[in-house]
Design a protein around this ligand. Sequence first.
Ligand SMILES: NC(=O)c1ccc[n+]([C@@H]2O[C@H](COP(=O)([O-])OP(=O)(O)OC[C@H]3O[C@@H](n4cnc5c(N)ncnc54)[C@H](OP(=O)(O)O)[C@@H]3O)[C@@H](O)[C@H]2O)c1
Length: 264
Amino acid sequence: MTTTEAPVPVRSPLPQGLAGQTAVIVGGSSGIGLATGALLASVGARVVLTGRDKARLDAAAEHVRAAGGDGAVLVVAGDAADEQALAETFERAGAVDHVLLTAGGLGGTGPLTDITRDTALQAMDGRLWAALAVARAAAPRLGAGGSITFSSGAFVSRPVAGMSAPLAAVGGVETLARALAVELAPRRLRVNALRFGQFDTPLSRGAMGAGPGEAGDAAVAQAGARNPLGRWGTPEEAAAAALFLMANPYMTGEILTIDGGLTL
Ligand SMILES: NC(=O)c1ccc[n+]([C@@H]2O[C@H](COP(=O)([O-])OP(=O)(O)OC[C@H]3O[C@@H](n4cnc5c(N)ncnc54)[C@H](OP(=O)(O)O)[C@@H]3O)[C@@H](O)[C@H]2O)c1
C-alpha cells in the first residue's frame, strides 16, 4: 500500500511566521548570511551560524544577538564541503526548520586554456558538492514545510570571460535546487535558490579591491551608480529574499533573482 503524505502545512507566509523556528546558515559570519541571521533573530527565530573562522563567527553571533528577538544563537566552525563538519553542525543544532547556504567563493577562475582537472574540481567542490553535502546533511533532519535555500549569482545568466568553471558549478547549483525540489517534495520539503546581483558585502568589495572604509564606500557608490536603481543592494535586502523563501510554505523549485534590475 502506498502512503499518502499530508500536504505541506499551512502556516503564516510572513517572516514573523519564522518566530520560534530554527535556521542554519552555512556561511553566516559575513555578508548576506550574517544579515540573514540578524533578520531571523529580529523575528524571533533561533539561528545557527557556520563558517570556517571561529573568531569571525563569535563576532557574528554578537551582531545577531544585538538584532533582538528571543531566539538563541549557536555557532559551529567548519567547511561547507566537509561532510563530517556538516554532520556535527546539524547534530549540535538539533531540530532544524530551514537551511541557507551562502558559503562559497569563486575558486577555479581562469581562461579555458588554463583550466586543469584540479582547478575544475576545486570549483565544483566548493559550490556544487557543498550544496549537495549541505542538502544531504539537512534533509533527514527537516520536517514538513522545512526549506533549503542555495545561493547563485547573476553571472550565471550573464557570464563573464574567465569564469567558466565556477559559473558552471553555480549553474549546477540552480539545477540541483530544482531537482531536489522534485525529489524532496513527497516529504513536503522545499528547495529554492537565490540568484543575487551586486550586494555590498566583504566578498564583493574584495572582488574589486575595495576595503571597508570611506574609500571603499566611494568605490562601491561609483560601481553601483551604473546599476538600474543607482546603487548596489544592501545585505539586508538580499537577506529579506532568503526570509521570504523560508517563510512561504508554497515556495519551492524557484530560482529567485534579486538584482535591482541588473540583468534586465
Ligand atoms: N555579494 C554579492 O554581490 C554576490 C553576488 C552574487 C552571488 N553572491 C553569492 O552569495 C553568497 C554570499 O555572498 P557574500 O557576499 O555574503 O559573501 P561573504 O561576505 O564573503 O560571506 C561568505 C560567508 O561564507 C563563509 N564561507 C566562505 N567559504 C566557506 C566555506 N568553504 N565553508 C564554510 N563557510 C564559508 C564565510 O566565512 P569564512 O570565510 O570565515 O569561512 C562568510 O561567513 C556567495 O555564495 C556568493 O557567491 C554574492
